[in-house]
Design a protein around this ligand. Structure first.
Ligand code: IVH
Length: 665
């Protein structure tokens, strides 16, 4: 009996798998949805009565997984790099010329594929079973999203006849219909819209609950088949065919091109026809077909030399500017935004476009009521290109004198294009600051999104960024769309963010002109937040890439009492104010701290710094009691004076070089 049931289940699984392939991969269903549902229900019933016979690759198990706590990072089998872009015909020809040159005149061909705008993802199969899915991440390490990938119907849970272990790489996308539907749903729930299908796809894969992924109806087109990180077949084209044979969805609009002329022809043809496709494309990807030639051409640090992305130009449409509103940003900047009569631009409905600032509006000679040409490219915010015809009853726009959010004064400083709300307590500024602080890549506080920040500020639970660290479970759980689990999770994420290193903390403060890289360099130069805060403008410019404008902004920030208070409160919250870097252990300069000032006879400051660090020493930007030596060159300034006052030994380059080898001057 049990054997009989097992056989029945097995047969139903096989039948369902076949119909899923026909429907989701080939787009050629043979049975109705109702018939499919009935088969599925029969299988569900049998499995419910015989849970011991349920296999993980059963079609009923696509959304079996439970929501997870967080994502696990996984290294890629070989880097998932990006592609270089060709923005026009000339650049594509340049690429072709380089390839021909590097291949030394050997014959070769290209495979052209559509470039789908989604999220690239690697999926590993072991013994024919979908075992692991990983997002691209930074290209070296991605996030494991296996359960979510299982919820994508066009990804087989099981394949027959493939290699024992292999990896598929491709693009997870949302087609236009799924994208529009999703945004309508989000409107209805008062959630912010996704700006484009790509963001929507990424946001649908990077969710902790696989049932959300399933509800979003993602699709997956595969374009690489790898075994041990290498192409499985001798040519890319064969890989694509093998993928299709194994049951993967491969984009049917692909072509083999004998030369760059044919390639250009392919690109132009699909630029004409892109609106016929049910999904967004942003260009064409061309790859050298032969795997051996791909190996010969190799990679740069960023991208393969054997492939290129030919990008289509931004798409433009005309529409009417119905109104001009104003947004208040983190630094108080008022940005005028055009409210447009909604118009479809390349499959996405656009109803807002940024106007940047007053000068831009003047340059465009734009008034409310005018017809304009707008442009959308990739994920950037749509912009107004020019006025195409003036409206009958036009109305000029002026930046308001009062902040539309808090009513505070708005000023435009000499030489600046932006007008700002100068009320540092303006709720709009606070909201933006919190979003910036918690953003991905900064303090990484997942779950602190716009809807929640609005509530936190509007209800007075957060009046300063530092208040985030004092939120309690009771305060969170009562908010809209928050529950026990999400509140606990958010508190955990907030707690975790205390571990973010100094450069992140520094970026999170939102000092004008201080982005991630500058923060990194400042942290390295000064070693601690206090040293940066205490540094004078001239000292600040000692950090690489910090010019007078940036130095002034930093200096000003830390002189502002309100910011000083913020810094103190963040210190109390336990954030990292010291820059801890693992330096080589046991070098001759271990434990010693240096400050370099003035011009050294032969070494640049950067070189001297690198050599000190390589020998285990530390270099900071300002002289303090903790400084072991000041290395002074010609025209050493205030730092030399400070060294003398503090009795810090001063050495020259020659003595530094001696120390580098034996540790004492
Ligand atoms: S090949 C190293 N093929 O475009 C090879 N990428 O701009 C990189 N994309 O990261 C990928 N369609 O997300 C390749 N047929 C296609 C593609 C494609 C879309 C995306 C992918 C990639 C990005 C590069």
């Amino acid at each position: 009996m049990a054997e009989h049931i097992a056989a029945q289940i097995e047969k139903l699984c096989r039948t369902l798998r076949r119909h899923e392939h026909l429907y989701y991969v080939l787009d050629q269903p043979e049975i109705s949805d109702a018939e499919y549902d009935e088969l599925m229900n029969r299988l569900r019933e049998l499995e419910a009565r015989h849970p011991e016979l349920v296999t993980p690759d059963s079609p009923t198990q696509r959304v079996g997984g439970k929501p997870r706590e967080g994502f696990v990072k996984v290294a890629h089998s070989s880097p998932m790099l990006s592609l270089d872009n060709a923005l026009n015909e000339g650049e594509l020809r340049d690429f072709d010329r380089r390839v021909r040159q590097l291949l030394g005149g050997a014959p070769f061909r290209y495979v052209a594929e559509l470039k789908l705008d989604g999220l690239s993802m690697a999926v590993r199969y072991r013994q024919g079973i979908l075992a692991q899915a990983i997002t691209r991440g930074d290209g070296e390490v991605g996030e494991e999203v296996t359960e979510n990938a299982r919820a994508i119907r066009s990804l087989p849970l099981r394949v027959a006849d493939g290699p024992a272990e292999f990896e598929v790489r491709g693009e997870a996308i949302l087609n236009r219909r799924a994208f529009e539907r999703l945004n309508l749903e989000r409107d209805a729930q008062g959630q912010p819209r996704f700006a484009n299908p790509r963001n929507a796809a990424a946001g649908s894969i990077r969710v902790l609950d696989p049932s959300i992924t399933a509800s979003r109806r993602l699709d997956y087109f595969s374009y690489f088949l790898l075994v041990d990180g290498q192409p499985y077949r001798d040519s890319h084209f064969e890989c694509l065919e093998t993928l299709a044979k194994l049951g993967f969805k491969v984009n049917p609009h692909r072509g083999v091109c004998a030369d760059v002329e044919e390639l250009l022809e392919f690109c132009r043809r699909w630029e004409q026809r892109r609106d016929e496709l049910p999904y967004e494309i942003d260009g064409v990807v061309a790859k050298v077909d032969s795997a051996a030639q791909q190996r010969a051409l190799g990679w740069t640090a960023r991208a393969p030399r054997w492939a290129i992305a030919f990008k289509y130009a931004a798409r433009q449409e005309r529409t009417i500017v119905e109104d001009i509103g104003v947004q208040v940003g983190r630094t108080g900047t008022l940005t005028p935004v055009a409210h447009l009569k909604p118009v479809e631009v390349g499959g996405v409905t656009v109803s807002r476009a940024t106007l940047h600032n007053e000068d831009e509006i003047r340059r465009l000679e734009l008034e409310i009521g005018d017809e304009v040409l707008i442009e959308r490219s990739g994920d950037v915010i749509p912009k107004v290109v020019r006025v195409t015809s003036q409206g009958g009853r036009r109305k000029a726009f002026r930046i308001p004198k009062e902040c539309p959010v808090c009513g505070g004064a708005v000023v435009r400083e000499e030489g600046e294009v932006a007008s700002r709300c100068i009320n540092t307590n303006c709720p709009a500024r606070l909201k933006e600051s919190i979003l910036h602080f918690s953003a991905r890549g900064i303090m990484d506080i997942d779950g602190l999104g716009e809807a929640l920040v609005d509530q936190l500020v509007d209800r007075g639970l957060v009046a300063s960024v530092a208040d985030i660290y004092r939120l309690s479970f009771e305060q969170l759980v009562d908010l809209e769309r928050m529950a026990k689990k999400s509140s606990e999770k958010l508190l955990r994420n907030i707690d975790e963010s205390r571990k973010q290193p100094l450069p992140r903390v520094l970026t999170a403060l939102g000092i004008r002109f201080v982005g991630g890289r500058t923060a990194e360099l400042l942290a390295e130069t000064f070693g601690s937040l206090d040293a940066i805060a205490a540094a004078g403008q001239e000292e600040l410019t000692a950090a690489p890439e910090v010019g007078p404008k940036v130095a002034e902004s930093i200096h000003r920030f830390f002189r502002e009492p309100r910011n000083q208070e913020l810094v103190e409160r963040l210190r109390e919250a336990g954030l990292k104010f010291e820059h801890l870097v693992t330096r080589p252990k046991g070098g001759p300069l271990e434990g010693l701290t240096f400050v370099i000032t003035g011009t050294l006879p032969s070494l640049t400051r950067e070189e001297a710094k690198a050599r000190i660090e390589a020998a285990g020493g530390k270099v900071t930007g300002s002289v303090s009691q903790k400084t072991s030596y000041v290395v002074a060159g010609e025209e050493a300034g205030s730092k030399l004076d400070k060294a003398r006052t503090l009795n810090v030994p001063v050495i020259d380059q020659a003595r530094l070089l001696k120390m580098l080898t034996n540790g004492s001057p």
